[in-house]
Ligand binder design. Structure first.
Ligand code: GLN
Ligand code: ZN
Length: 760
């Protein structure tokens, strides 16, 4: 290999990341805020944990070789909430709380008589942000305390700090009007421009030479005219006289037209996602005088980077852009901290992965290779090549039997007899009353259950002892349901820690990390399994539990599975094949499970797809293709059973909006769907698409400990009956009951059954 002799143009900085995780490699911040909330520690203790986490995080990035480091990416809870504070955009009920930290946590979690902000998904990630409410009572006002103090703190430690804030378009674009009478928040963007100009001046005065302004909304179709808006807003910010250089950072997709629009302004830099966005957009945007932060290392998946390919992408824009820095494609908030400590992993698998710490190493290696030639980083490139080869050669990624089965699939495999004909057969077989009552699957995860799981982990009990305890739980839950008088029972899911991990642990092709936690929201973290290979189901996964439950009662017990889309949505997925292929592999495993359940006597099987909406692409143009494969994989997983077997599905967590059409496409016999909080609105939407199968809109909200009365549930049921005839309506709560107490559940379900009986 020859040494690349291309000489770089002097770059303002060469290697960075748009942001990092902040919860702590061992979830230190989670523990600290939870202790503070519980009154077990004071504010000084919380602040000192936070300061140590910031210091250690900066030091690690600096040691790894980054020469510009984002600050203000720390957060006690959420970066959008931080931005609401920055801009004076907290609703009055919160802003009227005197103490700023109390107000902050009240906005996040609620306080006495103060409802928290709503929470929703951050673009298409599994992170959730708090949704600002922009009402007429809000007069924006700058409060730069946090960003200025983190900047000063970093500079005092010798960190080449680049303060990062969420930009005005993204902030308002992700906010909601406080009431139906309020205008779309984005219509108030001009009010924010002077605040950002003021902020730029203060950051310059505090010694910042660059500021990063995040505008991920520019990779979406959230609003018409985003590109024009970006040009206008950043034209105005760039015109400020007293300011640092501005980097407008996009991520999670291709910035499309917005990139050329930004190029026409006088901002000095733009950040682009070159993992999910395209090089062509960058080539066409006219970035010849800009500093481009090129995100070629995937910031949100866990695979080791193909350094040759990444360097190739960088080389393809050399000379077309002004100067260049290498970066991850987005904040590393979305991946675990480090592979150190993951010693339990298969060594081959270990070599294929890169978590945040390793990704930063890749960024600096690429930065050096870009500047000085590949040979300068030969060891890193060789190691990456070897890992890639080992991964593509590994037989676990190419299981012939799985491949053959997928190749042989036809539409018949995802097609059942017409729903109306199945209905007749199932009604005769099941003999259920109209307005049949059921629940969504889980019952309270009691301390006994948690203790048993703990005891199994520590070895205090063995597998047989654990099974015995879970069976006792199942027996209790079955007895409870019979006492309450429900029509279709469930086993209660005591053996499941999590509806995805539980299946991932039993399927070949997935593995679990020891410490691969990522923040889901606030102090909540999840540890997603990693789908690395072809999916094989070595043995039945749920049959023993369901048959045991069925043996205790004459009423039907639903088999309970998680659908392929949800399993993928809550895992890290393969990047070496289309998601659709991975979905179909998971679907075949679920299908085999449905067939085994049916054989063991299950007459009803529920396949949950609560995450159907979550993977919806950010660009409208990509949605049809997604919905197509998502629906197909669900159908594939449920079309292997006889006509007499009733397939249920369950959907929640969403305004269904764009996926409503797909819900019909799933072709489930019964669809239970979250509806209580939105007053059954979803039923009208389903009617509008000609949905004609049975539906169980949630008749009460399970998210609150409040027990609904019979009258309230009756009212909700009558509301449902306005939209759907009784012979298509089921009666069930909004979602699983695992976060509730047994006392709450008993009372609420008793009331629900009473309401159903009264309305019948
Ligand atoms: N069957 C699952 C449960 O009842 C469904 C959970 C969900 O919708 N997220 O817990
Ligand atoms: Zn649910």
């Amino acid at each position: 290999m020859s040494i690349d002799t291309t000489r770089p143009t002097t770059s303002p900085f060469t290697a960075t990341v748009p942001g990092t995780a902040r919860i702590g490699a061992n979830r230190e911040l989670k523990r600290a805020v939870e202790a503070y909330w519980a009154g077990r520690s004071d504010r000084a203790a919380l602040e000192s944990v936070a300061a140590v986490l910031r210091r250690d995080g900066w030091r690690q990035l600096l040691t790894a070789g980054l020469d510009s480091i984002p600050v203000n990416t720390f957060s006690y809870y959420d970066q959008i909430l931080d931005t609401a504070v920055l801009l004076g955009a907290l609703p009055t009920r919160v802003a009227s709380i005197d103490d700023p930290l109390d107000a902050y946590f009240a906005a996040a979690r609620g306080a006495d008589g103060v409802a928290p902000l709503e929470m929703t998904k951050w673009f298409d990630t599994n992170y959730h942000y708090l949704v600002p409410e922009i009402g007429a009572d809000i007069t924006f006002a700058l409060d730069p305390t946090k960003v200025l103090s983190e900047l000063a703190e970093a500079r005092a430690q010798g960190v080449p700090a680049r303060p990062a804030v969420i930009g005005p378009i993204t902030f308002l674009g992700l906010s909601k009007p406080a009431t139906a009478d309020d205008d779309a928040p984005l219509s108030r963007v001009d009010e924010l421009i002077p605040l950002y100009i003021d902020l730029l001046g203060r950051l310059a005065a505090a010694g910042a030479s660059w500021v990063q302004i995040d505008e991920p909304i520019l990779v979406t179709d959230a609003d018409e005219g985003l590109a024009e808006l970006a040009e206008r807003v950043y034209g105005a910010l760039a015109a400020a006289t007293d300011r640092p250089s501005i980097l407008v950072q996009t991520y999670f997709g291709d910035a499309g037209d917005a990139l050329a629009a930004l190029a026409r302004t006088d901002v000095e830099g733009v950040g682009v996602d070159l993992v999910s966005g395209s090089v062509e957009t960058v080539l066409a945007a006219g970035l010849g005088d800009k500093h481009v932060v090129a995100g070629v290392v995937d910031g949100r998946n866990v695979w080791r980077t193909d350094l040759d390919a990444a360097l190739g992408r960088l080389e393809s824009i050399r000379g077309v852009v002004g100067t260049l820095a290498v970066s991850t494609s987005c904040s590393t908030l979305h991946v675990p901290y480090t592979l150190r400590g993951e010693d339990g992993l298969d060594p081959a698998l270990h070599g294929w992965l890169a978590f945040a710490e390793e990704k930063v190493g890749e960024v600096t290696a690429l930065g050096r290779a870009y500047a000085h030639g590949r040979a300068y980083q030969a060891a890193e490139f060789d190691a990456a090549r070897a890992a890639l080869a080992s991964r593509s050669d590994d037989p676990r990624l190419h299981v012939d039997s799985v491949r053959a089965r997928l190749a042989a699939l036809t539409t018949a495999d995802s097609t059942r007899t017409a729903a109306a004909d199945r209905r007749v057969i199932q009604d005769a077989a099941l003999g259920l009353p109209t307005l049949a009552t059921t629940t969504i699957g889980s019952y309270p995860q009691t301390t006994d259950i948690r203790k048993a799981r703990q005891a199994l982990r520590t070895g205090a009990i063995d597998e047989a002892g654990y099974v015995e305890r879970m069976r006792a739980e199942i027996a209790d839950v079955i007895a409870l349901q019979e006492r309450i008088g429900l029509d279709v029972l469930v086993h209660g899911e005591p053996e499941r820690n999590d509806m995805v991990q539980y299946f991932a642990e039993q399927l070949d092709g997935f593995f679990a990390t020891a410490n691969g936690w990522v923040q889901s929201y606030g102090s909540r973290c999840v540890r997603p399994p990693i789908l690395y290979g072809d999916v094989v189901r070595p043995a039945a996964m749920t049959v023993d539990w369901i048959s045991y439950a069925q043996s205790l009662t004459a009423k039907p017990v639903k088999g309970m599975l998680t659908g392929p889309v949800t399993i993928l949505a809550w895992s890290f997925v393969r990047d070496d094949q289309p998601l659709a292929d991975s979905a179909n592999q998971v679907a075949l495993a679920i299908r085999d499970e449905t067939v085994d359940l049916e054989r063991s006597g299950a007459a009803i099987i529920q396949v949950d797809e609560p995450a159907l909406r979550e993977l919806l692409p950010l660009r409208a143009a990509d949605r049809e293709a997604y919905l197509d494969w998502a629906v197909t994989s669900f159908r594939l997983s449920t079309a292997g059973v006889a006509d007499a077997t009733q397939i249920h599905t369950h959907l929640c967590y969403s305004e269904f909006g764009e996926v409503i059409g797909a819900i019909g496409g799933l072709d489930a016999d019964v669809t239970s769907i979250e509806a209580a909080r939105s007053h059954m609105e979803v039923l009208a939407d389903l009617n509008a698409i000609g949905f004609a199968t049975q539906v169980g809109p949630g008749v009460y909200d399970i998210h609150s400990p409040r027990v609904p009365g019979v009258d309230e549930i009756t009212a909700s049921l009558r509301e449902a009956l306005d939209a759907v005839p009784a012979d298509r309506l089921w009666v069930n709560p909004d979602c699983g009951l695992k976060t509730r107490t047994t006392a709450e559940v008993t009372e609420a379900l008793t009331n629900m059954v009473q309401a159903a009986v009264a309305v019948r």
